[in-house]
Design a binder for this molecule. Sequence first.
Ligand code: KG4
Ligand code: ZN
Length: 337
Amino acid sequence: MRTLGIETSCDDTGVAIYDSEAGLLGHKLFSQIAMHADYGGVVPELASRDHIRKLLPLIKEILRETGTPPNAIDGIAYTTGPGLAGALLVGAAIGRSLAFAWQVPAVGVHHMEGHLLAPMLEPNPPAFPFLALLVSGGHTLLADIGGIGDYRILGESVDDAAGEAFDKAAKLLGLGFPGGPAIARAAEQGKPARFTFPRPMTDRPGLNFSFSGLKTFTLVTAQNHTLDAQTVSDIAYAFQDAAVDTLVIKCRRALQQTGHKRLIVAGGVGANRLLRERLSVMAHEQNVTVYYPRPEFCTDNGAMIAYTGHVHLQAGQHDGLMFNARARWGLEELTKH
Ligand code: KG4
Ligand code: ZN
């Protein structure tokens, strides 16, 4: 069975084809980052228009490159939410229409479920159950994953998502968009001892996160100093150090509370090298195995949607001719197979 996956929830147009026997046959991504960079963030209307321009040509390319004629596609998966409503509607409308034309089933996929299952695309994927840290531009959460559709949120951000905090801190420092990779790059030249930022909400029990204080700390520090290149790097270092430490402390706590011996890390911030290094050290101490998607599958992509849709279609789940965009959609609303 071959599933075409379509991702258009934000500023990446992603497509992929997943085959039940051969696994992932191929994927393609068009990133809109250059277009949004001038505005310092994603402009929803521009995002939707660009998905319209790029999606069909990308689908044609992935079919050609994987040697898949349209009549070899057995199902279509598209992201239905959460995300930008207009952007989601592009993927849903095209996915649903192609499924109608090709007379195959179509299924709407939860974007965060896609991120959570992305490690399944790698060699030696984790077995259920496991603990998941999902750290993206829109969400930061720790979840207990019992199996497909069995997701229990243990903690989440009470304000900004981790990626959002990186993006805002980078903007304050004039480092450009997206902020995560920009902060990480600047931090490489940073002096460790110059600034120390707080580790929010780590001094009290619980698994929730808060990142808005780190943003304010960055703002105040930036306002009180001349922002020469070294100072920007030093602040970037202190910010990344504190954000990463906070995530690692909460992961350790969640592992101790749940007793899980497997941890998966997903979402764009999961591509951060310092986070990976420190999580590996912590996991080793706790006798836990950490699983990561390859960096290009940490950020948004069509492969995770093709895989997740494939799992649902194989279980007999599919949607009717009506399609929808669910800009807000809780992970715990999903149900077990
Ligand atoms: O998962 P994703 O592609 O999109 C959402 O679903 O939100 O995550 C994008 C986020 C952005 O905030 C970006 O700054 C952050 O992931 N990010 C990083 C890194 N690469 C991307 N944050 C920290 N370090 C990185 N290397
Ligand atoms: Zn995402």
